[in-house]
Design a protein around this ligand. Structure first.
Ligand code: XUL
Ligand code: CO
Length: 436
């Protein structure tokens, strides 16, 4: 049985190819900066959008045409869907995938039943991983869809919800570990609040930290060594999300002594919702050693919500790859396509076009970023701009030899600062265009 009979394995054919089911840029064995493209990019397919996305929106029902899916919540349907997912990923040549517990397996009548169902589906995940060699980038628990989380998950005002979440993450961690997952993600979908009139923010933040410490302790107990990742996102679904951007997450992790076990999973459309560029979020996390992985997608300039579109903009992927290369690569994280095809793109073939386009856009971004780095084309402007710090008073300040008194003496003698130089932004933007 095949779900995609019209598709052979997608291969690299180069930029001249006119085959829509081929890579023009993603050539997995091509070496760049001493590493294969495959190892640089570590592409991952997300189960929730690609295999569970229905195309429903607040105004209309699902539209996706998925002939292999019988539309029920049966375990058999869930197990069969896993086989289809692996056929897709194998044909695409994606080395990784990621899932929430509830994407791969439906909820049962109670927690014990739900866990049994999850085990039964994980059995097929394991089988298919063995058969194809495709690996689990990360697992996570969905603690935002079910109505029990309406007041939050680990930050709920209802302590039973905290307990339920603990049980849920315990199980998700066990399955992630059994499947060789290289990371484990926490996106705090409901971890935030709508109004302070009914919220004890301090208590909620303390609970969230307690929850993460419990996860750290349990991981230690079972020997799970994958990186824990927090995924920042503002605004959706609560008005004030606690993990609103990289800075807020890092501050939280520092305040509660969690930085040695956690890093961040940075997502493009979340960065832009927070009023940042993806490049900013990546650099901010990277300079603090907290860049763990990325969720690759893009928003829409005209729309102020999380549209989760597949990335096709070469400027964006170039900027992302500049940051990933600068900070030593994304491993053991990956480039995880947290992106969905549009509601109007309901055909199974659209899943291939979407992923091929995203992978090619990243491969091209990687090549452009490497060429820019090879010529030090941006670095030399930055070095020049900060050159006053390399000697004289700048070097004294940086090395800690100066203080307010010595700097006052220096400036009293000099009288006025040396003339500033142009920032050359327009020139530099042109330089980037030479490489695109
Ligand atoms: C939500 C989002 C999630 C996380 C995993 O915006 O990005 O899918 O990636 O929970
Ligand atoms: Co995401």
């Amino acid at each position: 049985m095949t779900a995609f009979p019209e598709v052979e394995k997608i291969r690299y054919e180069g930029p001249q190819s006119d085959n829509p089911l081929a890579y023009r840029w993603y050539n997995e064995d091509e070496t760049i900066e001493g590493k294969s493209m495959k190892d640089h990019l570590r592409f991952s397919v997300v189960y929730w959008h690609t295999f569970r996305g229905s195309g429903a929106d607040p105004f209309g029902v699902g539209t996706m045409h998925r002939p292999w899916d019988d539309g029920t919540d049966s375990v058999e349907n869930a197990r069969n869907r896993v086989r289809v997912a692996f056929e897709f990923m194998e044909k695409l040549g994606a080395p990784y995938y990621a899932f929430h517990d509830r994407d791969v397996a439906p909820e049962g009548t109670d927690l014990a039943d739900t866990n049994r169902i999850f085990d039964s589906v994980a059995e097929v995940l394991e089988e298919e991983q063995q058969r194809t060699g495709i690996k689990l980038l990360w697992g996570t628990a969905n603690m935002f869809t079910h109505p029990r989380y309406l007041h939050g998950a680990a930050t709920s005002s209802n302590s039973d919800v905290f307990a339920y979440c603990a049980a849920q993450v315990k199980k998700a961690l066990e399955i992630t570990q059994a499947l060789g997952g290289e990371n484990y993600v926490f996106w705090g979908g409901r971890e935030g609040y709508q109004t302070l009139y009914n919220t004890d923010m301090k208590r909620e933040l303390d609970h969230l930290a307690k929850f993460f410490h419990m996860a750290v302790d349990y991981a230690k107990e079972i020997g799970f060594e994958g990186t824990f990742l927090i995924e920042p996102k503002p605004k959706e679904p609560t008005k004030h999300q606690y993990d609103s951007d990289a800075a807020a997450c890092i501050n939280f992790l520092r305040a509660y002594d969690l930085t040695d076990r956690f890093k961040l999973n940075i997502e493009t459309n979340h960065a832009t919702l927070a009023g940042h560029t993806m490049m900013h979020e990546l650099d901010y996390a990277g300079i603090q050693g907290m860049l763990g992985s990325i969720d690759a997608n893009t928003g829409d300039l005209m729309l102020g919500w999380d549209t989760d579109q597949f990335p096709t903009d070469i400027y964006l992927t170039t900027q992302i790859m500049l940051m990933l290369l600068k900070h030593g690569g994304v491993a053991p994280g990956g480039v995880n396509f947290d992106a969905k095809v549009r509601r109007e793109s309901f055909d199974p073939m659209d899943l291939f076009h979407a992923h091929i386009g995203g992978m090619d856009a990243f491969a091209r971004g990687l090549k452009i970023a490497a060429a820019i780095r090879e010529d030090n084309a941006l670095g030399k402007f930055v070095d020049q701009r900060y050159s006053s710090w390399d000697h004289g008073i700048g070097a004294e300040i940086e090395s800690g030899k100066a203080d307010f008194k010595s700097l006052e003496n220096y400036m009293l003698e000099k009288g006025e600062v040396a003339a500033n130089e142009s920032g050359r932004q327009e020139l530099i933007e042109n330089v980037v265009n030479y490489y695109i």
